[in-house]
Ligand binder design. Sequence first.
Ligand SMILES: Nc1ncnc2c1ncn2[C@@H]1O[C@H](COP(=O)(O)OP(=O)(O)OP(=O)(O)O)[C@@H](O)[C@H]1O
Length: 241
Amino acid sequence: MRDTAPPPAIEVVDLVFRWPRQPAPCLDLPEFRVAAGERVFLHGPSGSGKSTLLGLLGGVAVPERGRVAILGEDLARLSGRRRDRLRAEHIGFIFQQFNLLPWLSALDNVLLPTTFSARRKARAGSERPPRDEAARLLAELDLDPAHWQKPAGTLSIGQQQRVAAARALIGRPEILVADEPTSALDAERQQLFVDLLLAEAAATGAALVFVSHDRRLAAHFDRSVELDAINRAARAPGAAA
Ligand SMILES: Nc1ncnc2c1ncn2[C@@H]1O[C@H](COP(=O)(O)OP(=O)(O)OP(=O)(O)O)[C@@H](O)[C@H]1O
């Protein structure tokens, strides 16, 4: 049975990462694993390296040493182009600042991953055309259809956030990564957003790594990880307090 178990969604082993011109590493992680379908809450103080770790998982940054594997694929063995493809096909990102294209409509922003990844296009359109799936996700995330054709840049922060979430979810990527997606919301809307994301991840079986300062949200996840507790660089002499 063991050999039929899926590989971990995310596997980080003996990773060391240092920003250019920095005397000490920012991350020195003996181990960080997220199982397929597992929902993990990752927290830590500002500057502790949470966004840096997410960049390494997406293959945007490359570690000095160690293994970062996504769905069993070691990123170090892939060319830059194949890393980009792996990210586009298998990871849905929700960024702190959402990173929507402001001149494109909400609906076209949601469809973007299906233009970069044939796999996500096929999975988005397996039961209906991708545009219908984008509309379904926006409706599920409670964005009023009156806003769907508006340029994303004209929407409120809360509305943009729902567009960013729908864009991450389209085509059912196996991994969802959310970097402080609730920081602009009040407590009640934060909770609603986290519940929605957890429900969508459960429905598609996606693993979720959710980053936030707000530890009150941790109770809703399968596991909570404090980055400083697993990062040896945080305890090294001279590390930022
Ligand atoms: N492009 C960069 N070049 C050099 N140093 C950087 C760069 N980006 C981040 N750092 C440094 O790396 C450390 C970790 O930053 P990072 O943004 O990963 O922290 P964080 O935990 O996500 O913080 P926050 O919660 O405020 O978003 C910080 O000391 C930061 O100054």
